[in-house]
Write a protein that binds this ligand. Structure first.
Ligand code: CA
Length: 554
């Protein structure tokens, strides 16, 4: 992990062909007369002792709701075999990790109210199907992590059914009070519910009682469940649901010290079972709070505040609040150990939030060039629409242009598809080089090709235009400038400025990726001064609305 202070320092180093003895006897860029006079020399690359980044830093993840992804047997419900049948699509897209929303036996369609943690949801398939999925994914270089819900169970879970009887084996597995404490939850919502002569605590719903994680017997059981999924079923980690709510301390119900302590112990148990397992936590809160869970409690947390600012910037066409949030994120997380995303299964889909294909392109660039580990919610790469109620943001994946269910099922889909699947579907977008899917695919390839984007230093650039968001990412000789016009107007006076001393000479630039920018535009390098800064850089004369320009600097 990078220290925050390193983000603006030593941001460049010579490329493989740089230095005084460049190829073909030519002088290297940094020793040309102009560069010597004005730009600082490039420092050596990163120290050899630097620990390798964990595997997930190199991955782009994809969140799958199995019920809505692909149905293999015509019952209208997506299943594990359906997902296996479509792994090639995810491999082609460049996905290296899949986050499965809950696949354990659950009471509700969404799976977040588990009835049996050691069984596969019968609608989705069998344990054999799950093992086949893990094997097929691993063959393609794709890791599998699953949602693990430890805060609460279904009221139908046999543990709770037993716990309803005072003095039963599972009595203390839940949180009981003999009298009604009467207070509400963090947002004033009801959290205490009557059961017999007692009251139980439930943060999210009367049908989802909170487990008593202060009971070491419960902790032991959950650690055993984690080992079952890691060892017996072969998963590569977990997405831990709702972790700020785990252990209440009276009316202090979120982010308690006891919650942090429990997670640190759980994290250690997971590492003991599988040292490179990933734990990514959902802390639906400010960056200030979500970052406090890394790295002790979990390896990554989703940065909801940054996600909001990526969407806001894309929607209103202004970079300022996003640039500020990104700086804050890197500072709070002390580097880059966080999960970046635009939306998940609880939020209005990107295309419905932005309602504009150009803005969705800009948002995709922000996500897939982000220093955090990107997570793509299924269908976002197609521009799938959806707004609450929840079922509508979790609707079936459109695969083909024809048929009432767009290739999702041969039967009647459990939930109707969104309108527009005749154009918004995998088959149609796969053959259209101008599609949003093509943009996603190209951006993921770009990220794969440039370690600077995945694990490099991040140097923000200021722009004279409020609509332009830009930064330079650097790792060793890999230097990449990302420039995005978030606005709906073309920008010409967008001069870029590097105010802090953070880079070395740039002799030439080349287009690594462009979307919406004229292919005829030949970019020019910035004029780096002796103190490692530059002003007035306009690599191309015009940045069209919502365009992306990614340059390599040599
Ligand atoms: Ca099915």
């Amino acid at each position: 992990m990078l220290a925050a202070a390193s983000l603006l320092a030593a941001a460049c180093a010579p490329g493989p062909t740089a230095g005084p003895t460049g190829p073909s006897g030519s002088r290297s860029p940094e020793t040309s007369p102009v560069a010597v006079a004005t730009a600082p020399p490039c420092p050596p690359g990163p120290a050899a002792s630097q620990a390798p980044a964990p595997w997930w830093q190199d991955a782009v993840f994809y969140e799958v709701f199995v019920r809505s992804f692909a149905d293999s047997d015509g019952d209208g419900v997506g299943d594990l075999r359906g997902l296996i049948d479509h792994l090639d699509y995810l491999q082609d897209l460049g996905i290296r990790g899949i986050w499965l929303m809950p696949v354990a036996e659950a009471a509700s369609y969404h799976g977040y109210d588990v009835v049996n943690y050691r069984a596969i949801e019968r609608d989705y398939g069998t344990v054999a199907d799950f093992r086949a999925l893990v094997a097929a994914a691993h063959t393609r270089g794709i890791a599998i992590i699953t949602d693990l819900v430890v805060n609460h169970t279904s009221i139908e879970n046999p543990w709770f059914q037993d716990a309803r009887r005072p003095g039963s084996v599972h009595d203390h597995w839940y949180v009981w009070s003999n009298t009604n404490p009467g207070y509400g939850g963090p947002h004033g919502e009801q959290v205490w519910y009557p059961e017999g002569k007692r009251f139980f605590y439930a943060q999210f719903s009367e049908t989802m009682p909170d487990l008593n994680l202060a009971n070491p017997v419960v902790t032991n059981e959950l650690e055993g469940i984690a080992r079952y999924w890691l060892d017996d079923l072969g998963v590569d980690g977990f997405r831990l649901d709702a972790i700020k709510h785990l252990i209440e301390d009276g009316q202090q119900q979120v982010n308690t010290p006891a919650t942090h302590e429990w997670l640190a112990g759980f994290h250690a148990a997971v590492r003991a079972a599988k040292p490179d397992a990933l734990l990514v936590g959902e802390v639906y809160d400010l960056t200030l709070i979500s970052s406090s869970y890394v790295p002790d409690a979990v390896d990554l947390t989703f940065d909801f505040e940054l996600a909001d600012k990526m969407l806001l910037g894309s929607r209103i066409g202004e970079a300022g609040s996003l640039a500020s949030a990104q700086r804050d994120t890197l500072k709070r997380y002390g580097g880059r150990s966080y999960a970046a995303f635009l939306t998940n299964h609880d939020q209005t889909r990107t295309m419905s939030s932005l309602n504009d294909g150009g803005s969705a392109r800009a948002a995709a660039t922000l996500l897939l060039t982000n220093p955090g580990v990107p997570f793509v919610y299924y269908g976002e790469e197609l521009g799938l629409t959806g707004a609450k109620p929840d079922e509508r943001i979790r609707s079936p994946m459109p695969w083909t242009p024809s048929g009432p269910a767009a290739g999702f099922t041969t039967g009647t889909p459990w939930e109707p598809l969104e309108a527009g699947s005749a154009a918004t579907n995998v088959a149609a977008e796969s053959t259209d080089p101008g599609s949003l899917l093509a943009h996603y695919r190209a951006l993921i390839q770009l990220r794969d090709a440039h370690p600077a984007l995945r694990i490099g230093s991040f140097v923000p650039l200021d722009s004279a235009s409020r609509a332009v968001y830009a930064f330079i990412a650097t790792l060793g000789g890999d230097r990449v400038a990302v420039i995005v016009n978030l606005g709906a107007e073309a920008e010409t006076g967008y001069d870029l400025r590097l105010a802090k001393s953070a880079t070395c000479g740039v002799a030439s630039v080349a287009v690594a990726y462009a979307n919406g920018v004229s292919a005829a535009a030949i970019p020019v390098p910035p004029a780096v001064t002796g103190d490692g800064t530059f002003v007035g850089w306009r690599p191309v004369p015009l940045l069209p609305a919502h365009s992306t320009l990614v340059l390599t600097l040599d």
